[in-house]
Ligand binder design. Structure first.
Ligand code: ARG
Length: 466
């Protein structure tokens, strides 16, 4: 039994220690469906090459159907002695088709080209699931942006009040990276859309099998151009892994913002009960666990990528067993994102902003100082001076514990006296409103309500095209 795949030149089966080390069914069994699909396509290629008669091919396909049914129902699962999913499925096929017929399927293929094809098939399928989830999250953020309307909030750099922005603008700032993650996935799909089936162990096959037809059946539009590359490269697995890690980072940055907004000090946002947790000891607590888990899980998503790249780094270019280590990294990433994204989207969709508080905080912390400087520029003052004059206004307000709009006419007149006539100076008040401030930022990509509406429309049409 131990010698199922390589009896001939061995006197004994693997030691129990080796078998334990070598075993991968505990994680690669999830490739079983793709493996059976590959076997079906391969059987047809064998038939076309004259290596299976029509009758044999029919019986082989029936046996594979039966194997699929047993896998689906759980009647067939790997046993202790199976090294990997391919070993297990071969055992299952032999049980159903018999040694004679079942033993013909392995001709012209190796587990090396097989596994390289399966990881591609599996990742492509799950990338579509993740892309759909990401588009769902992006759409949910857009709905929140639309609900926010013209609500203004403090825009921050270095976490300090910088300039007022529309809440919608801030939310949309998280939409674009997520849409780029989806774009990355669809761009990556073009590269991974090549089947290694037919590459054999490394050099190709001698049996006249048509890899193109197999590729088509497995959903690939073409075959890998080089059989060594086809079996040994994992750059495309690593590229997927980067996209997954980047997605985690994007979610983490939004999470960090939500966690801060949700603090008692900020109190910008309230999370829905169904998407928050309590404390086992402190009855008053309501915690943003989803955001924290997203922030935490970004660490493991990055770790998966780091581990995979490190595994690949020293490998000579043809199959080596190290490559088996590619799978757990990306399986973990996919599992993580597929469980995280629905919860995250639920949290985002149900959070409620305190618009009054956002509006009230928006202009504080001298956030309109740039507007004063730019008003001075519009009145002919060189920016270098305008910056200084506005800074002087901030200094007066800060010393008095006031905001910029609390300055008196005399304050403005005396600060601006070298550049503006006295009757002009107090008119600076016209820009000392958040509404004026955001509306003035009306260049493309800016935070004016008009530009944000334009931006939302552009994001929606990007989503439709993705
Ligand atoms: N289970 C292996 C993997 O996942 C494929 C088997 C190839 N093994 C071999 N000895 N050639 O990469």
């Amino acid at each position: 039994e131990h010698l199922a795949l390589w009896g001939g030149r061995f006197k004994s089966g693997p030691s129990p220690e080796l078998a334990r080390l070598s075993k991968s069914t505990q994680f690669d069994w999830r490739l079983a469906d793709d493996d059976i699909a590959g076997s079906r396509a391969h059987a047809r290629a064998l038939g076309r090459a004259g290596l299976l008669t029509a009758d044999e091919l029919q019986r082989m396909e029936d046996a594979l159907d039966e194997l699929q049914r047993r896998v689906d129902s759980g009647a067939f699962t790997p046993i202790e002695d199976d090294e990997d999913e391919a070993t297990a499925l071969e055992r299952g096929l032999l049980q159903i088709a018999g040694d004679e017929l079942g033993g013909k399927l392995r001709a012209g293929r190796s587990r090396n080209d097989q596994i390289a094809a399966l990881i591609r098939m599996w990742l492509r399928r799950h990338s579509r699931i993740i892309a759909k989830m990401l588009l769902g999250l992006a759409s949910t953020l857009i709905e929140q942006a639309e609900k926010a309307g013209r609500t203004v909030m403090p825009g921050r750099t270095h976490m300090q009040h910088a300039q007022p922005v529309l809440l919608a603008h801030q939310l949309m700032a998280h939409v674009w990276p997520l849409l780029r993650d989806v774009e990355r996935l669809s761009d990556w799909d073009k590269r991974i859309d090549a089947s290694p089936y037919g590459s054999g162990a490394l050099a190709g096959n001698t049996l006249g099998l048509e890899p193109v037809a197999v590729a088509r059946e497995l959903g690939f539009s073409k075959v890998t151009a080089n059989s060594i590359d086809g079996t040994a490269s994992r750059d495309l697995v690593a590229e997927f892994s980067f996209i997954a890690a980047m997605t985690g980072v994007d979610l983490s940055r939004l999470s960090e913002e939500i966690i801060i907004w949700n603090t008692q000090e900020f109190a910008f946002v309230r999370l829905d009960d169904a998407y928050s947790t309590g404390s086992s000891i402190m009855p008053q607590k309501k915690n943003p666990d989803i955001a924290e888990l997203a922030r935490g899980k970004s660490g493991r998503l990055i770790g998966d990528l780091t581990g995979l790249l490190t595994t690949l780094k020293g490998l000579p270019t043809a199959y080596a067993r190290d490559l088996q280590e590619d799978k757990e990294a990306v399986f973990d990433q996919v599992d993580t994102l597929e469980v995280l994204l629905p919860a995250f989207t639920g949290m985002v969709g149900t959070m409620v902003f305190d618009k009054e508080r956002l509006e009230a905080e928006a202009p504080t912390g001298f956030a309109l100082a740039t507007d004063i400087a730019e008003w001075l520029v519009k009145n002919g003052v060189p920016f270098r001076h305008a910056h200084e004059l506005s800074g002087a206004c901030v200094k007066i307000a800060e010393d008095r514990g006031q905001e910029l709009w609390d300055l008196t006419d005399e304050n403005f007149i005396s600060v601006f006296k070298d550049f503006l006539p006295a009757e002009k100076a107090p008119q600076v008040r016209e820009v000392l409103s958040t509404e004026g401030s955001v509306s003035a930022r009306n260049g493309k990509g800016g935070t004016s309500p008009l530009r944000v509406r334009e931006q939302i429309a552009a994001a929606k049409s990007t989503i439709e095209q993705l």
